[in-house]
Design a protein around this ligand. Structure first.
Ligand code: SDX
Length: 428
């Protein structure tokens, strides 16, 4: 017998069904609330509100669990390739070798972007933030593939758009970096794997040979896997709402990129490095900056700390922190910011303010240290997050569109002026 939730309003009892997921999470289904009671709920930031049932990613913030389609992030980060994880998220199962080879080859065939798009890049100033360029370029892809404007056109058309996005996003990302340097664009090389190809397009020059260090491509593979999906975070919720209007996938992913850009979300990885540099330039007095983060009158926050869901630890942060030492040693990089980050973490985790609010390092706290070791510029860090999150956004969009979900349209409680008559300007 499934549970029933009872709500008493003005002496009347209303009953609502309880739904339970495969990991015993429970929700009160209030889809009939307004019809039955005339009331709506209020939950700013949706901290207690579920928007959907999903079979893609499970996370338990209390005990630090993160699984993609049931597989633990620890195992996937250690054993899988990024495209293998992308296939898993989008199509629901780990690919066979034949499926993975076909998927990889199809993506490789779609890494080029239309030559016309190069002039779009050239129109941007060198100081253009690459996230602004990327969001625009991804939406612009829809203008080259008018058949993609109907997201429900056919399974084949949907799969082709998915392959095009997975193939072209790294190219658009690398070209936004080259454009900022006013360096010649490097075309994708089909002989390289996904991560090596990206690094080639980012750092190779037409005048010399460039070989990608396998340590670097392996580090990037791990980072992209760790960022691949995270259930209903801000940018994924954005993708599901924008996609629910039946907008095309390019414009929907562009909206996700824009949401990710914010410093409270994916933009935090850039903010973390800028914060660590600020602390370093200020003499490295970590205690002083922890005090500032606790001071309600100070707008400074410890970027890379805290999380809406993780109230214990972010399993991704643990994996990245371990990888930091390993990768920096292999690359023979000694980054003083790493020492500052570790000291900051230690001081914060021993401080009552952070402990009582369950504030721990999140995925963004250490990721920038690795990106720096890979010579990726700070302004490109959130672009890296977007490349990693793309298969997650696509999988969530696919699940939403194939699940026949209604258009997302929240309600509100109006608190403005009640009815009043128009006043002629001469009488105001
Ligand atoms: C990502 O949702 C996801 O899954 C996101 C993500 C993903 O993979 O998609 O995991 C990626 O976005 C990670 C988060 C990156 N953002 C940052 O690192 C920015 C710094 N962190 C915060 O701004 C904050 O912790 C949030 C935005 C992450 C979470 O904010 P919440 O859940 O709305 O919590 P809150 O702002 O209400 O904070 C609760 C309390 C407040 O203090 P009180 O009012 O209770 O006294 O904790 C304090 C906050 O002031 N607080 C911090 C803090 N984060 C929260 N104080 C100092 N420094 C911080 N970083």
């Amino acid at each position: 017998m499934s549970e029933i939730a009872k709500l008493e309003l003005n002496g009347e009892i209303f009953e609502f069904p309880v739904i339970e997921g495969t990991e015993n999470e429970k929700a009160i289904d209030i889809s009939s609330l307004r019809t039955k009671t005339g009331y709506i709920t209020m939950d700013p930031g949706f901290k207690n509100t579920g928007s959907c049932e999903s079979s893609i990613t499970y996370l338990d913030g209390e005990v630090g669990i993160l699984r993609y389609r049931g597989y633990s992030i620890e195992q996937l980060a250690e054993k899988a390739s990024f495209l293998e994880v992308a296939y898993l998220l989008i199509y629901g199962s780990l690919p066979t070798q034949i499926e993975l080879t076909s998927f990889t080859n199809s993506i490789t065939k779609h890494t080029l972007v239309a030559e016309d798009m190069k002039q779009f890049f050239e129109a941007y100033p060198a100081k253009a933030h690459p996230m602004g360029v990327l969001a625009s370029m991804v939406c612009s892809l829809s203008t080259f593939y008018p058949e993609s404007l109907d997201p429900n056109r056919s399974k084949e058309a949907k799969d082709l758009t998915i392959l095009r996005l997975l193939g072209k996003l790294p190219t658009l990302a690398a070209w936004s970096h080259k454009n900022a340097l006013r360096h010649p664009f490097m075309y994708p090389k089909n002989s390289l794997d996904y991560c090596s190809n990206f690094m080639h397009m980012m750092f190779a020059m037409p005048t010399e040979e460039y070989t990608v260090d396998p340590v670097i491509s392996a580090a990037l593979n791990k980072l992209l896997i760790l960022h691949a999906d995270h259930e209903q975070n801000c940018s994924t919720a954005t993708v599901r709402v924008v996609g629910s209007s039946q907008s095309n996938l390019y414009s929907t992913i562009s909206a996700g990129i824009s949401a990710l850009w914010g410093p409270l979300h994916g933009g935090a990885n850039q903010e973390v490095i800028e914060m660590l540099e600020q602390i370093q330039n200020d003499g490295g007095d970590v205690d002083k900056w922890v005090l500032k983060a606790k001071d309600k009158n100070d707008t400074f926050r410890l970027m890379g700390f805290g999380h809406r869901v993780y109230k214990n630890f972010d399993p991704r942060a643990n994996i990245i922190k371990k990888a930091c030492d390993d990768i920096l040693e292999k690359l023979n990089v000694n980054d003083p910011l790493l020492a500052i980050a570790k000291k900051l973490e230690k001081v914060a985790l021993e401080d009552e303010y952070f402990k009582t609010r369950n504030l721990y390092p999140n995925v963004d706290f250490y990721s920038g240290i690795i990106y720096r070791a890979l010579n990726i510029p700070t302004e490109m860090f959130t672009v890296m997050f977007a490349i990693g999150r793309l298969p997650g956004w696509i999988s969530q969009w696919k699940e939403m569109t194939e699940g026949g979900e209604p258009i997302g349209r929240p309600r509100q409680i109006y608190t403005g002026a009640t009815e009043r008559d128009y006043v002629e300007i001469s009488k105001r």
